[in-house]
Write a new protein. Structure first.
Length: 354
């Protein structure tokens, strides 16, 4: 077993080459499972819950277990477990992997492959045969914990009790280091980072967090998200123009508000409103992109959350392109901001008639 921080990782990166592809593969598997939210009722072995949780009792075996904004408890056996926004607890056995986003994770049983947890605390007292990746949350390894593969902790603390076993490499990475390298990537023309680069993990982390936020928006405000998506498709030029105009005027408007002293609270409200418009616009733009992609693949009745997830994945991959990714990213952000602003201002219908 070897333990190292960031710099030794960069020097000895060939010691664990498979973990990066397994992380990406498991995350894409979670997205694929999310595209099948509504399995036929007759398939009792597939458990899917939205806005609620469920328990796999001891002695019962299921296939894919997927919960959105609800807890999952596996006392029996499951093939794969995916949870977002709720507690994931494994007291029994999982044949493949566990993916959890935005919720607490507890592993006291056995997971035969990898565990990936994002934006939530993790406690392990059982056995994980593969890799354990924790992003943006603390990790506690009890004295009985066993991790057969690599241990990666990004942006969180690690508490390892005596007796805990890690068969592979141990890597800890602060988000500050990843962010600084990301800035360096921008200064060098935004080339594709290597799989051992902190910038790679930073992009993966921000992608997952953005997917969670946009999924939440599209589910809570489906009508508004759909109208923003329509604006982005029907009025792309106007959305882009308004987006750049709003972004250009935001800074001088903030300075003027700060100069008046009394306007400082209004400056805070201004940026809060801009943030809301931006995320709403990104949800709509992702929905519009996802619908087109899924339609091209033959899915004519894609659910709004499935299309939103597909859209943000495609948009992220495009903005990650070397050099062109900078321009694409700026245009996407401006178009999203503008589409939301035009929609909320009620100008979309009038512009469509003209």
């Amino acid at each position: 077993m070897r333990s190292r921080q960031l710099q030794p990782w960069m020097a000895g990166r060939n010691n664990c080459p498979g973990i990066y592809w397994r992380v990406l593969g498991t995350f894409l598997l979670a997205l694929a499972l999310a595209f099948s939210f509504n399995p036929p009722p007759a398939r009792a072995q597939n458990l899917t819950r939205f806005g609620g949780g469920y328990v796999v009792p001891a002695g019962q075996q299921v296939e894919n277990a997927l919960a959105i904004f609800g807890p999952v408890t596996v006392d029996g056996r499951a093939r794969d477990v995916v949870g977002t926004g709720g507690r994931v607890e494994v007291n029994g056995e999982v044949d493949n992997s566990v993916v959890a986003v935005g919720g607490q994770v507890s592993i006291s049983g056995r997971v035969n492959r990898d565990v990936i947890a994002v934006a939530g605390p993790v406690a392990v007292s059982g056995r994980i045969a593969g890799d354990l990746v924790v992003v943006g949350g603390p990790l506690i390894l009890a004295s009985t914990a066993q991790v057969g593969g690599d241990l990666v902790v990004i942006g969180g603390s690690l508490q390892k009790e005596p007796g805990a076993v890690v068969g592979g490499n141990e890597v800890q990475l602060a988000l500050q280091q990843a962010f600084l390298e990301q800035v360096g990537q921008w200064l060098r023309g935004y080339p594709l980072p290597g799989l051992t680069s902190p910038a790679f993990w930073w992009r993966l982390f921000t992608l997952i967090l953005m997917a969670i936020v946009l999924l939440f928006i599209s589910i809570i405000f489906p009508g508004t998200t759909a109208r923003v998506a329509e604006t982005a498709m029907l009025l792309p030029g106007k959305s882009l123009l308004w987006g750049f105009l709003i972004a250009f005027l935001a800074l001088p408007a903030t300075v003027l508000l700060f100069i008046t002293i009394l306007g400082i609270p209004l400056a805070g409200l201004l940026w809060l409103a801009l943030a809301c418009l931006y995320f709403l616009g990104m949800a709509g733009l992702s929905l519009a992109t996802g619908k087109r992609i899924l339609a091209a693949l033959g899915s004519r009745q894609a659910e709004i959350y499935a299309a939103t997830l597909a859209g943000i994945l495609i948009i992220s991959l495009v903005t990650w392109l070397p050099y062109l990714g900078i321009v694409a990213g700026l245009m996407v952000k401006a178009a999203a901001l503008g589409a939301a602003a035009v929609t909320m201002a009620g100008r979309a219908g009038t512009s469509n008639i003209n």
